[in-house]
Write a protein that binds this ligand. Structure first.
Ligand code: AMP
Length: 323
């Protein structure tokens, strides 16, 4: 058992290669939290099944994501693959009996991915409840995530409060934590959209954590800015989403915009900062990828601990509901 008083929980979906947004919005804050909390970080493979998927590709992405989590320094956490801990799916059903259709109809992902299509997998509609189960099973105090997860954590809190009120105090009501910079990294080619990992593998606007330095530099050099010129053009401004995004990435990667007056200079500084940020991670990734048995062992041990930690919480929820 850990002597750290708080628990943190966060999951990542293996739906594509992880991005700079995942690193700045999630992996870095998740790593920093390890000093103060007993951290459970998972790969949400069940969540990858809500849209058409390719089974061998999913298996490959689970392994790659696990290796990247370790390369990002999450080796003091309990790392696990969601489907190896059956309590997630079991609690999800109990929480589906606590959630209402009205609140699921309002979830942004369902609205976005379901827009314009006649029919979606039923799991796309219910997955926010699975996400609530993912979190509540661990009774975490904090959920370190990027800004896009706000609505999900709000639903999780609502369901916990409703369940506790109806059946007794089973769940801890968690707090969301988002980083001060890098909580919403935008797509370089479309800076009004989030940099999401599920886009095409070679999308120009998505910096992948395993992109070689020349690819990172090329993507940043082609980032969309605007047509303003003059000494004040390099500034954060809601009317300048491309430049604002580059500045945010620069600061999040430890750089500074002081003295930068042209977009060319800004892009070079951003590229240097991002390449420097990714270099140690990519080096560590290469070492770990050469030892898949080690990565598998970490996931096996992690899942065993998760099964142990979640069993009493699932049992308490079942018993409170009269099962
Ligand atoms: P997902 O990529 O949806 O599996 O999200 C995994 C984690 O990365 C969550 O904590 C997200 O909030 C975070 N995240 C995903 N995309 C971004 C982004 N563009 N900027 C900041 N954080 C992000």
């Amino acid at each position: 058992m850990s002597s750290r008083p708080h628990r943190n929980l966060s999951l990542l979906k293996p739906t594509g290669q992880l991005t700079l947004g995942n690193l700045l919005g999630a992996l870095r804050p998740m790593a920093a939290a390890q000093t103060e909390a007993d951290c459970f970080y998972g790969i949400a493979d069940l969540h990858s099944l809500t849209v058409p998927h390719d089974p061998p590709r999913l298996r490959e992405l689970v392994r790659e994501t696990a290796t990247l989590l370790l390369a990002a320094g999450l080796d003091e956490s309990t790392l696990f693959v969601q489907s190896r801990v059956p309590a997630h799916a079991q609690l999800a059903y109990l929480l589906e009996c606590t959630a209402h259709t009205g609140e699921l109809n309002r979830m942004i992902q369902f609205k976005e991915k379901g827009r314009g299509v006649d029919s979606t997998r039923a799991s796309l509609y219910t997955y926010p409840v699975l996400m609530a189960a993912d979190i509540l099973l661990y009774r975490p105090h904090r959920v370190p995530v990027g800004d896009d997860q706000r609505q999900h954590v709000e639903l999780t809190r609502d369901l916990a409060l409703r369940f506790n009120h109806a059946y007794g105090p089973v769940f801890t009501v968690p707090e969301i934590t988002t980083p001060p910079v890098g909580a919403r990294v935008m797509d370089l080619a479309e800076p009004t959209s989030k940099m999401g990992k599920s886009g095409l593998d070679d999308s120009a606007g998505i910096v992948r954590l395993l992109d070689p330095p020349d690819v990172v530099r090329r993507k940043i050099a082609r980032a969309v800015t605007d047509s303003e010129t003059g000494p004040d053009a390099v500034r954060a401004d809601p009317a300048k989403p491309g430049v604002t995004n580059l500045l945010e990435i620069l600061v999040a990667c430890g750089g500074s915009a002081a003295g930068l007056t042209t977009y060319g200079a800004l892009k070079r500084s951003v590229a240097d900062a991002v390449v420097a940020e990714l270099e140690p991670l990519q080096k560590r990734y290469a070492e770990l990828a050469a030892d898949p048995a080690y990565v598998d062992g970490v996931l096996r041990t992690g899942a065993a601990r998760c099964r142990e930690v979640t069993a009493p919480v699932l049992a308490a929820a079942e018993s409170a509901m009269g099962l």
